[in-house]
Design a protein around this ligand. Structure first.
Ligand SMILES: [Zn+2]
Length: 456
């Protein structure tokens, strides 16, 4: 068996940091400690941090949406992921209306198979709910799909409160968990219609027609449904202080709610929409970018351990695709790239600015998503028996984020020009070096990860 010793690095876990060597044999970590006598090949990583491979539990690769298809398929999306230290993505297999869950899952397997440069798993996004779909749930668990996604908004995807309640209840015996895109469809739909009727068609109205209380209301309603079902749940891409307050209140009432946010809701705000269309439209995502007070509240929540994961909602479109909505902001495809830049941003603007500790960064990017999505301890931790998914992170050196060095096909990054400190140097996926000093050195070796019940 091929053996490798990573020597002299500082290992990061959700509980702390320690100096230790890591012995890899084949795809697994076989020992963690010091002074091994081994015939393994050695790699000196002194001065470097070693994280368990980052997990991005919120990506949309090869997704048909808004009359187009996301710019990044699994090939480009997972290369972008690996370059950002991500060794596992959990993408959203999406059931389009009229499809069975089995069809949706098979479709996503076909998109990802032999195309992925990191490991991948799927949440199942449900857009149709009826008895036949309910009867397919056991088959999803048998195939390693244990988390589900619902939308409260988008005509093509939205489920009623009743359907969400029924789904949550149906998932309980299996230990399944539901994540929700929380926005009030009725208010936003009408605000958009009014804006267009008044001739307010430019991209700046995207955020103005999605006020923060439309997220907070939907969060509160989703958590009431979870309370009624007595089921755990996840609020994905939380963007507002008002929504956070609903989560904290529901927890006091005993609701088991986990919450995710994304770098764009921590680091960017709605002033980005003041730019002319071609630049401003790059920042169109839903929920939209918010205010400085929301950024601040979310950073505080991360610091206080009130959130559980930081994912990206990577959903990339080119400038040309964005132009579909040049005369009507409601037609701008929603989403931005992010999978590649998350780690450097969280290190620079989180750890280095003392908004987060290193162990917290590890918790939010590796261990918590592994636990929440049923992959722990195979993923998310550096310990004997775990997959040798490892990120060699250089804490020194500075850089500037620029799209020209990113792998997304969107052609831009919303974080263009931002300074970073430190960065991903090498990435091992199940023991194989897949990324090294700016280059993808091994492609398409990602496997599907079958997941168990959540354990956070
Ligand atoms: Zn999303």
């Amino acid at each position: 068996m091929n053996k490798l010793l990573l020597k002299g690095g500082t290992l990061v876990s959700a509980r702390g940091t320690k100096r230790a060597d890591v012995l890899i044999s084949g795809e697994k970590i076989v020992a963690v400690g010091k002074r091994f006598s081994t015939d393994a090949r050695e790699l000196n990583v002194s001065g470097k941090l070693i994280f368990p491979g980052f997990i991005d539990a919120h990506t949309h690769f090869d997704l048909a949406v808004s009359g187009t298809v996301t710019a990044d398929d699994f090939d480009h999306g997972t290369k972008s992921a690996v370059a950002g230290g991500v060794t596992t993505v959990v993408d959203f297999a999406t059931q389009y209306q009229g499809e069975t869950l089995t069809e949706a899952l098979n479709n996503w397997h076909m998109k990802a198979f032999a195309n992925s440069s990191c490991d991948y798993a799927f949440h199942m996004a449900i857009s149709d709910w009826n008895e036949a779909i309910e009867n397919e749930l056991p088959a999803m668990f048998e195939q390693g799909v244990t988390s589900f996604k619902v939308y409260m908004i988008y005509d093509a995807m939205a489920l009623s409160d009743r359907a969400i309640f029924e789904l949550m209840t149906a998932l309980k015996p299996y230990g399944g968990i539901v994540g929700c895109h929380c926005e009030n469809a009725g208010i936003i739909g009408k605000l958009q219609e009014n804006a267009i009727a008044r001739g307010e068609t430019s991209h700046v109205y995207h955020a103005r027609t999605r006020p923060d209380y439309t997220e907070a209301e939907a969060v509160k309603r989703f958590l009431s449904i979870a309370r009624a079902a007595d089921a755990p749940c996840i609020v994905v891409h939380l963007s507002t202080k008002a929504g956070l307050e609903e989560i904290l209140r529901a927890r006091e009432d005993g609701v088991a709610v986990y919450a995710e946010t994304c770098p764009q809701y921590l680091l960017l705000d709605d002033s980005a929409y003041h730019a002319p269309f071609d630049v401003g439209a790059r920042f169109i995502c839903s929920p939209p970018l918010r205010k400085a007070k929301d950024n601040k509240a979310l950073w505080n929540a991360l610091k206080n351990g009130q959130l559980d994961t930081v994912s990206t909602d990577h959903c990339a479109f080119t400038s040309e695709q964005k132009r579909m909505g040049e005369r009507d902001f409601t037609k701008i495809p929603n989403g931005m790239p992010g999978v590649e830049t998350r780690a450097a941003l969280m290190y620079t603007y989180g750890v280095k600015l003392h908004r987060l500790t290193l162990p917290q960064m590890c918790a939010y990017l590796s261990e918590n998503p592994a636990r929440l999505y049923g992959m722990y301890p195979k993923k998310g931790v550096i310990k004997t028996g775990s997959d040798a998914d490892l990120v060699i992170f250089d804490p020194k050196g500075s850089d500037t984020i620029t799209a020209s060095r990113c792998h997304s096909r969107s052609g831009y990054t919303p974080f263009e020009g931002m300074q970073t400190i430190g960065g991903v140097k090498k990435v091992f996926l199940r023991g194989k070096l897949v990324y090294s000093d700016g280059e993808i050195v091994l492609e398409h070796s990602g496997h599907f990860v079958t997941r168990k019940k959540y354990s956070l």
